[in-house]
Write a protein that binds this ligand. Structure first.
Ligand code: ZN
Length: 378
């Protein structure tokens, strides 16, 4: 299958140069569902680009009959962030112009729809497919109304133009996969919304964070939240529907590096997922191990971030994946003082049992800097 390729300009720079997106749109023989994949929304999170690069090549190697529906792929989806540098480091988590986190800017229908119970009452006798179509129409109309001033004389701030481009590509998708990495060092994991746990198995990633509460204008939330809210409102009317709509953020490896294992896992997981969703017909997929695959889910309240209790240097920090018990030493903090005292060393211990899943890159810390994260067992 050859993709249709389109280039979408994002903005013109002061120098006259343009930044753009390039979109790869694969269409199968038969119409069907739509999957949308993007990578590198945060500047240093580059492994997903390698994943999508492989998937683009892979999809091209398929026969049109092996693809049902459409797959839309946008690698390097945030050139502003991807190109940002501070010395050798990729610093593009925040837009330096306005301070916004690039993954907290997205438009959320749920925030502007105040008559959901009424909508659910109108919809609750309809066929699932009709509900999906009608509600999608509502979302799209409202989305367009909220972005109808992009070409006005007064203009808009960049985040509006940018989110308009990305979200226009996927409002009508069934499945959204946003490939991130840790900004630090991490083991691979993903974020999962409720009632989607079964599908999570297809990614064959061992750790998942279960999002029971969410309110962050992130890309995955902005896509799925309106539908989750509708499901809830319909359930109140006695109609139980789980729409065939899913949204995933995969966290593959650490920042500023392309971790081969994480890339391989991402490619395999996404192929397996698309095969599981019957969009791809490829031999051997979905993989036999999918159904036995156990994801260890953690809730957000089980995540504990450790911050430096004093300024200094970290020594002998435990490696990623270490299983710790309360009281185990996580690292030693060497602090220097400027008040005539000798240097001090403090052992920092785990507050509870758990597994270390993320480490800061920098082992030099100001007081309160982030040091590591633990999934706590309870
Ligand atoms: Zn990210």
């Amino acid at each position: 299958v050859l993709p249709e390729i389109s280039t979408l300009p994002i903005l013109q720079l002061a120098s006259g140069d343009y930044l753009s997106l390039q979109v790869y749109h694969f269409r199968g023989d038969r119409p069907g569902k739509k999957a949308y994949l993007q990578s590198n929304l945060h500047g240093c999170e580059i492994s997903g680009n390698a994943v999508l690069h492989e998937l683009i090549n892979f999809l091209q190697s398929l026969d049109r009959t092996q693809l049902e529906g459409e797959v839309v792929i946008v690698p390097a989806c945030n050139p502003m962030a991807m190109n940002a540098r501070s010395h050798h480091f990729s610093s593009g988590r925040y837009n330096p112009y306005d301070g916004r986190d690039w993954n907290r800017i997205f438009w959320d229908y749920h925030k502007v729809s105040h008559d959901l119970d009424e909508i659910a009452r109108d919809f609750c006798e309809l066929e699932v497919e009709t509900i999906r179509k009608e509600y999608l129409k509502l979302i799209q109309t409202t989305f367009n109304r909220h972005h109808d001033n992009l070409d006005s004389a007064s203009g808009v701030p960049l985040h509006k133009r940018y989110r308009y481009l990305l979200q226009s590509l996927c409002l009508d998708a069934n499945y959204v996969i946003d490939c991130h990495s840790s900004s630090n060092r991490t083991i691979d994991y993903f974020y999962c919304f409720h009632d989607r746990e079964e599908s999570a198995k297809y990614f064959l990633i061992d750790l998942g964070i279960f999002l029971e509460s969410y309110d962050g204008y992130t890309f995955d939330e902005a896509f799925l939240k309106p539908w989750l809210a509708l499901e809830k409102a319909l359930a109140k009317q006695g109609r139980k529907i789980i729409f065939d709509l899913e949204s995933w953020t995969l966290e593959l490896g650490g920042g500023m590096e392309v971790n081969s294992q994480s890339v391989a896992k991402g490619v395999r997981g996404i192929k397996n997922y698309l095969a599981g969703k019957k969009m791809l017909t490829i031999s051997g997929f979905p993989l036999a191990e999918t159904h036995q695959h156990q994801v260890q889910f953690f809730h957000k309240h089980q995540l504990r971030r450790y911050h430096a209790v004093a300024g200094g240097i970290l020594r002998d920090r435990l490696p990623l994946g270490s299983v710790v018990k309360a009281g185990d030493r996580l690292y030693t903090l060497l602090s220097f003082h400027k008040n005539g005292e000798c240097p001090r060393e403090v052992a920092i211990e785990a507050e509870r049992d758990g597994v270390i899943y993320d480490l800061s890159l920098n082992e030099s810390v100001n007081q309160f800097d982030y040091v590591l994260s633990i999934f706590e067992y309870n």
